[in-house]
Design a protein around this ligand. Structure first.
Ligand code: ANZ
Ligand code: ZN
Length: 865
């Protein structure tokens, strides 16, 4: 470790207060340009990890860049504070979850300050605070009013020992409760849902407006929504209670090869027969536990369904492979052209030949074994009037024909399901509903919000604590005043985070979640930065809520169709260095390793002296590869740490964290400061210096390099958001000035002029060093200059003099500095100038010139022997 490192730490400490406020308010230039930069708010677990350091280093660099550009930057921070970990801590340690959360927030806020993240703390929000969840409840009530919040039965994970509902994350891969170890049961429970599927089409189609989202994220959203264009077809039955079965198909042209109809376990027709058929009941019970790809089936004897196109009567099966909540929970089975149907038919109707209706395209090789599943095919001879037609055309004509007979129509299906928000847990936003036996579910009147979460002492793992508090549960119906029961479910925490970016635009509004004027002015978020692990749910729920709030005129998302996030930046994970014993395959602790000063094999295993396997992996306690946020900052200072993490990898890539590589950054920062002193002490300069027109070639070259790098840095921030290139450009710029300062071929005033630009452009990443450099300059120059303005790119200046190479008989003999057009002069003029110089006389006196060439900056003579 160099002796200079502690100095960087001290500099950060020295400027702590100034760097915390960002560009001073009074100096921000053009206050009517707004920009909203948001990093995903964290869960207050108690510690920030290196992954957080990465996100906030990115968002704060962008924040400070736009401050220098004169923007009014909204860069807020808050806490996604409801959820299971606080509840678990409360159960385990018998602490109040709100206190536990508050302590964690305090610790993490300190860490954010120590990394110099400049947030709008005056707008801080915490989702578990009644001032916030009051409005989460208000938004729920608006959804309720519009029919978008409703109750229905749904399967939950039930722990029969603890007698409690478990979240999916609390059930292990073997289907056991994480706490009691009991085998988890599926139970039906009435639960609250939000009608996100009403927005499925918009959520899918508006993805096209998100030009600045990573395409990977858009396609993940697209797949999750899962739009499927097909047809609803009616198969008549011989059952008077169910005169027809509706099925969903994307392949209506395969109707000629349909051999059966299969129904999901919960289909209405199945329910009817199960009432009287014990063997069917037994089958359903068994099948509920089978995986989705199971090919089991149960034939409903005596029931037939009629193919609407061929009028053929077909058998009807009950099959677990038919999904309960997709389409109509019913399929038409085409063994010849669908893999799943083929397997089902083989299992359940062995021996009955498969009937095909599609052939390969003309000129293609016959597909061989069935099933033949290509969607690009032609109708076979067996299909009468459709024979020879391409699948797509036949599909269209068949649906048209069935439509005219009232037996079919085109429909779009989505894979997306409504959002189950009920949680039978304590630490969440209470659902503001009162159940009345006369009036049904009644919304809590707005003036009674928030429905406060009651304080609970001695939280236990069994059951939902809210349902055990009579003062909470027993209330009067707001409508008829009769005794009624309060809803005891709380909301999924994704509900809290689905609208927090609205609240930041108007965090103190006492009446509304936010005022529309503020939201319209500041939203959509210009840049949203966070982990790709939120690519689906959080972003989809946020898009849904933003669109819903737009649909009821709570804000106007304008051209972006109520999309909340204009640009999405997903940062890659941070991996830590792991050491593995090659013999046992075990992860090694730092204490089991010995560091030696051999650059080839710097680390050895203490016990065996062998070389460990080194890999970078996701940081985790069990791999001993975590890195400590506080350590890094206290050893190297915030500036170096920020620059290091930004430099190590492009934003979207995985970053292999290796603290020791920070030395490169430290060397650069130390060099920058010493260069600043050197140039500052070379004389007194005009604070308003502008680049003169008469530059020597060396000066013009440096000037051009500086402008090129400033342009590149600006574009990296503004266009590409490529912050690792920003750091490498900082280094190039520093080196260019350092070299020029050492060579002494550039006038010092120009060096100072360029240095000021460097000091300004590093501010977004290294604000303390930028302050320190400014102070060095101001002290030496007796200036009151500040660096809080993004430098302009000056036009390139043609040098007024050039350096010419004088070549004699093919060898470069000496250099000459002369005016720009010197090489265009005639030979006599050039020669007489050269002969006035000692080197010229040495090579050219009294020599006969055979050939003379003068081009660009090369002047060449061939002499006669
Ligand atoms: C007949 C057919 C023939 C089908 C063929 C496919 C190939 P996507 O594209 O994912 O939407 N299907 C419909 N409802 C279902 C349910 N509840 N559970 C399981 N499968 C269901 O898939 C649409 C296809 O999935 C539909 O088209 C239907 O099978 C099946 F050669 O109908 B198809
Ligand atoms: Zn009532």
């Amino acid at each position: 470790r160099t002796a200079k490192t502690p100095k960087l730490v001290q500099i950060c400490e020295k400027w702590k207060h100034k760097t915390a406020e960002g560009v001073p308010e009074l100096l921000r230039q053009d206050r009517d340009k707004d920009i909203y930069i948001l990093s995903m708010f964290p869960y207050p677990s108690g510690v920030l990890h290196i992954g957080h350091l990465r996100v906030y280093a990115i968002s704060d660099a962008l924040n400070r860049f736009y401050q220098l550009k004169g923007y009014n930057v909204l860069h807020p921070m808050g806490w996604d504070a409801f959820g299971l970990p606080a509840e678990n801590a409360a159960i385990e340690r018998q602490v109040d979850p709100s206190e536990w959360t508050a302590q964690n927030i305090a610790k993490m806020k300190e860490q954010m300050k120590s990394m110099l993240a400049n947030f709008n703390w005056e707008r801080e929000i915490t989702t578990c605070s009644p001032d916030y969840y009051k409005f989460t409840q208000m938004i729920f009530l608006k959804l309720f009013k519009h029919g978008l919040a409703y109750q229905k039965e749904a399967e939950i994970n039930w722990d029969p020992v603890d007698k409690t509902v478990l979240a999916n994350e609390q059930v292990d891969a073997q289907g056991r409760s994480w706490r009691s170890g009991a085998l988890v049961e599926k139970r039906l429970l009435r639960q609250w849902f939000l009608g996100i599927t009403n927005f499925a089409a918009e959520l899918k189609h508006d993805l096209r407006y998100l030009k600045n989202w990573p395409s990977k994220v858009k396609s993940m959203q697209n797949n999750w929504i899962g739009e499927s264009n097909g047809a609803e077809l009616k198969f008549a039955t011989n059952d008077p209670d169910f005169p027809s079965i509706e099925i969903f198909t994307t392949r209506a042209e395969t109707l000629f090869s349909v051999q059966y109809v299969a129904l999901a376990l919960n289909h209405g027709l199945v329910a009817k027969y199960a009432l009287t058929d014990a063997s069917l009941q037994a089958f359903i019970k068994k099948a509920e536990l089978l995986p989705e790809d199971s090919k089991d089936g149960f034939l409903l004897k005596g029931v037939y369904s009629r193919n609407p196109l061929t009028q053929e009567d077909l058998p009807v099966y009950v099959a677990p492979y038919v999904l309960k909540d997709y389409g109509y929970g019913a399929v038409m089975g085409c063994p010849a052209h669908d893999e799943r149907d083929f397997q089902f038919w083989k299992t359940n109707a062995a021996g009955i030949p498969v009937r095909r209706c599609l052939d390969v395209l003309p000129g293609e090789e016959e597909a061989g074994e069935l099933p033949f599943t290509s969607k690009d095919a032609v109708m076979s001879d067996s299909t009468l009037e459709y024979r020879g037609l391409y699948s797509a055309e036949a599909r269209k004509q068949i649906v048209q024909k069935l439509h005219s007979q009232g037996l079919g129509r085109n429909v779009i299906q989505y894979k997306l399901r409504d959002w189950l928000i009920s949680r039978q847990r304590y630490w969440g936003t209470p659902i503001p509903i009162i159940h009345c036996s006369h009036c049904g579910p009644v919304p809590v009147p707005e003036e009674d919000l928030p429905v406060l979460l009651p304080k609970v002492t001695g939280l236990k793992s069994k059951g939902n604590p809210l349902s055990q508090i009579p003062e909470f549960v027993d209330v009067n119906c707001p409508t008829c005043k009769a005794p009624a029961k309060r809803e005891t479910d709380t909301m999924d925490t994704f509900m809290d985070s689905s609208w927090y970016y609205f609240r930041f635009t108007d965090p103190e509004n006492p009446k509304l979640p936010f005022g529309s004027e503020n939201a319209n002015k500041l939203l959509p978020v210009d840049m949203y930065i966070g982990g790709v692990e939120h690519a689906i749910l959080h972003l989809l729920y946020s898009r849904f809520i933003a669109k819903f709030l737009g649909s009821i005129n709570m804000w106007d998302g304008g051209l972006l169709k109520n999309e909340p996030f204009k640009r999405l930046i997903t940062q890659g994970m941070v991996h830590g260095k792991t050491f593995i014993d090659p013999e046992s395959g075990k992860f090694l602790k730092p204490s089991e390793l010995r560091h030696v000063s051999n650059p080839e094999e710097p680390v050895l295993i203490k016990a065996t002296g062998a070389k460990p396997i080194i890999r970078y992996e996701k940081m985790s306690k069990s791999k001993y590869n975590g890195a400590n946020f506080n350590d890094c900052i206290s050893k190297h200072g915030a500036d170096a740490t920020r620059a290091h993490i930004l430099f190590q990898a492009p934003i979207e890539d995985v970053l292999n964290w290796e603290e020791s590589k920070i030395v490169g950054i430290e060397r650069w920062l130390v060099k920058l400061l010493s260069l600043t002193s050197t140039i500052s002490n070379r004389g007194k300069f005009d604070v308003n210096y502008t680049t003169p027109k008469d530059l020597k070639q060396e000066e013009a070259d440096l000037h051009a390099t500086v402008q090129k790098l400033i342009k590149s840095i600006t574009e990296s921030f503004e266009v590409y958001i490529s912050l690792n290139t920003v750091i490498s450009d900082y280094m190039k710029l520093t080196n260019a000035l350092d070299t020029a300062a050492k060579k002494g071929l550039v006038r010092d005033a120009l060096l100072m002029h360029s240095l000021k630009k460097l000091v300004a452009v590093i501010y977004p990443v290294a604000p303390s060093i930028s302050e320190e450099a400014t102070e060095i300059i101001n002290k030496a120059q007796n200036w009151a200059w500040n660096q809080y303005r993004w430098p302009t790119c000056e036009p390139v200046i043609e040098p007024s003099t050039l350096k010419y190479q004088i070549v004699v008989n093919g060898r470069m003999r000496f250099m000459l500095t002369a005016e720009k057009d010197f090489s265009k002069c005639d030979m006599e003029t050039i020669l007489s100038r050269l002969l006035s110089l000692p080197e010229g006389r040495k090579y050219l006196t009294n020599r006969k010139i055979k050939k003379f060439i003068s081009k660009n900056n090369i002047i060449s003579f061939m002499l006669a022997k």
